[in-house]
Design a protein around this ligand. Structure first.
Ligand code: PHE
Length: 338
């Protein structure tokens, strides 16, 4: 019996913590086979007790020594048993990883282009009062232009609304800082529009504002030429079309040559070869004055662009709803973006 136990101890292995515990239960604990050997001492005749005791003590020591050796082998990871449990040649189970959202990637690229020419970043609240979204921007009281923006009102009199553009952030900057001001305001904006492939009631804008002495329309054009070439490539053409905004005079719509057909005419540019990416203009003197900046001393330009539109042109995305549907097949196509 003793010889059998010795042989079992010598042959025992443990490739993980569970097997180590099994070994402990079998050879070390009170109820183990070794424990049982001690219990049989009572039945051994007195004159044999000494020799028998020595024998089972040897077994006990062997069991403990082996236990230590098994623990060390497991901890050092050198046991053959452990290596068998970790087959390094098996293909790994891949952890699914997220991807940068195309709107985030587009926003980051736009920001980095303007940061390199000296624009800083500014942010403001998405819930705005009438002053910052409209009045300070020279929207006259009861003027249809307020309706033009399909505003979601939260409260009336005094009016509180979801901001319809991030021009509201620029008002906050003009109120709190003195020229020269060169700031970029990216953010989410809201308009009560029917959701379609080209429009959404929630979208993102990035607006720019530059105020200093002697800022002219040439500065606006050169800045946006630079942006278009950095964003879409050196061969991109830019076109300014006369337009109207209450807060700029003169105002112009910004078009770029269609990225999808190279100007040849396609569905996206509706055959014209041009696509609109935003609005721009020279800051109206009334707007400067409303924020306490002297329009006799300073002039400035402003522009605003839709981030969705720019992302759609950059990545050839034909339906704006894809940005918010969270379809993993769509999002995964951008997993290489940073
Ligand atoms: N705020 C305008 C809009 O949301 C865009 C714009 C910004 C136009 C700055 C001119 C100057 O449509």
């Amino acid at each position: 019996k003793i010889e059998e136990v010795k042989a079992a101890i010598a042959a025992a292995t443990a490739k993980d913590a569970r097997e180590l515990e099994e070994y402990r239960m079998r050879f070390i604990s009170k109820k183990s086979v070794v424990g049982e050997l001690f219990a049989t001492m009572r039945t051994v005749p007195n004159e044999e007790k000494k020799a028998y005791g020595q024998l089972i003590n040897e077994v006990k020591e062997a069991a403990e020594a082996k236990f230590k050796a098994l623990i060390e082998a497991l901890e050092s990871g050198n046991s053959g048993a452990k290596q068998a449990a970790f087959d390094l040649t098996l293909p790994p189970v891949l952890t699914p990883s997220g991807a940068v959202h195309p709107l985030t990637a587009t926003r980051r690229k736009i920001i980095s282009i303007f940061e390199r020419i000296g624009f800083n970043l500014s942010e403001g609240p998405e819930i705005e009062d009438d002053w910052h979204n409209f009045s300070a921007l020279n929207f006259p009281e009861n003027h249809p232009a307020r309706e033009m923006q399909d505003t979601f009102f939260i409260e009336k009199n005094p009016d509180i609304a979801l901001r319809t553009h991030t021009s509201s952030v620029q008002v906050r900057v003009m109120e709190n800082e003195r020229p020269p001001i060169r700031t970029l305001s990216p953010g989410r904006v809201y308009r009560n529009e029917a959701i379609s492939a080209r429009a959404h009631c929630i979208f993102h804008q990035v607006e720019g504002l530059y105020i200093d002495k002697n800022v002219g329309f040439r500065d606006l054009k050169n800045t946006l030429y630079h942006f278009a070439k950095e964003m879409f490539g050196a061969s991109t053409k830019v076109r300014f079309r006369p337009s109207f905004f209450p807060f700029t005079e003169p105002s112009a719509e910004i078009d770029i040559s269609c990225q999808l057909c190279g100007g040849a005419g396609c569905n996206v540019c509706k055959g014209t070869g041009w696509v609109e990416i935003g609005g721009s203009g020279m800051v109206d003197p009334n707007v400067l004055a409303a924020s306490g900046i002297d329009p006799e001393v300073y002039t400035g330009f402003a522009f605003g662009m839709g981030i969705e539109r720019i992302a759609m042109l950059s990545y050839q995305i034909k339906d704006l709803r894809l940005f918010t549907e969270n379809d993993i097949r769509f999002l995964h196509q951008f997993s290489k973006l940073v």
